[in-house]
Design a protein around this ligand. Sequence first.
Ligand SMILES: *Cc1c(COP(=O)(O)O)cnc(C)c1O
Length: 405
Amino acid sequence: MNFDALFQAQIDALKSDGNYRYFAELERKCGKFPHAANHQDDGEVRDVTVWCSNDYLGMGQNPLVIDAMCEAVQRTGTGAGGTRNISGTNHDHLLLERELADLHGKEAALLFTSGYVSNWAALSTLGSRLDGCIILSDSGNHASMIEGIRHARAQKVIWNHNDVADLEAKLAALPANAPKIVAFESVYSMDGDIAPIRQIVEVAEKYGAMTYLDEVHAVGLYGPRGGGIAEREGLMDRITLIEGTLGKAFGVVGGYITGSAALCDFIRSFASGFIFTTALPPAVAAAARASIMHLKSSSDERHHQREQVAKLRAGLDRAGIPHLMNDSHIVPVMIKDPVKTKMLADHLMNEWGIYVQPINYPTVPKGTERLRFTPSPLHTDADIDHLVVALTSLWKQCAIAHAVA
Ligand SMILES: *Cc1c(COP(=O)(O)O)cnc(C)c1O
């Protein structure tokens, strides 16, 4: 059997659809974010401005976070030394879990190696271990939640994105005594829209369902202490489980859930994705904790990010470049064609030194391909002006309709 030919045939199909993924080879430069070096195929290295990072506040180069990581490496060494069960539970992990529980006003928290793993492990454990459990999943949920739900092999009901009436109709049709989980996100990462959390919680409470909220694109960014949208809306205590990442606004890596002591102990005790993998390095936990602690008391980063987001939107409006309106920090410019999206991204990179990754299927549905901009507090006004000038020039060249998306 020629396996490589089988692999290549599927890769070629992706290429002919325009859905093949090209990764930009970046070298992040500490202290220079959002600027980075781009290593190109021909060996050339160029300076680029990164416009699509999920290091939303530049915390990945914050001196407090770097110092915490370096200090912990010197103190504890590089790795955790084992799974959490067998010699891998370090003091720094527990300090971080307490910090996370406090951030979300919960009794307990549980760390995972990534946000993906935390969703996958928590949802699959809940769905498979709760007898007769039914999971009601928002149709826009992230792949990590979808995979966790699939793995649970529990009954799954998909409700229309952010549609509380549809959720209620679906809850009402289910047996009253079955354990139900309503799984959704706060900020949806590709459209940047925000869930009506209060109404969702009210409906879930009415039908005795637990709520599972992914705040991955909101932690560090919203709420007076960076606890997310649920903190901002005063709803944290009414959400059963809040899930988040340490890899986006907190600038490090790792994922977590928070909730009651019993809930976290239950996941800790049964989740394969928690049990059978080496714990995060203690230095990663120490750095994440420093980042969380800083953003609990400082709102400067959040405020300045919001200002830069508003400036980019205003610049795009003045230039007549359509972008999706939302109440978050995510600025999607819809192109609606994978080949055109890639072409625009290539021009931005090659002619303007602007790096924005084309977003294609399966990250977004086919026909909704886009450029997704994430302004940070470290993007200067000049960076924003440069981006708007570049897009304006490309818009003319590519003859894309100046219509409001
Ligand atoms: C990125 C993402 C995750 C996964 O988090 P990682 O820490 O990157 O693994 C989970 N949920 C959503 C909505 C995400 O966008």
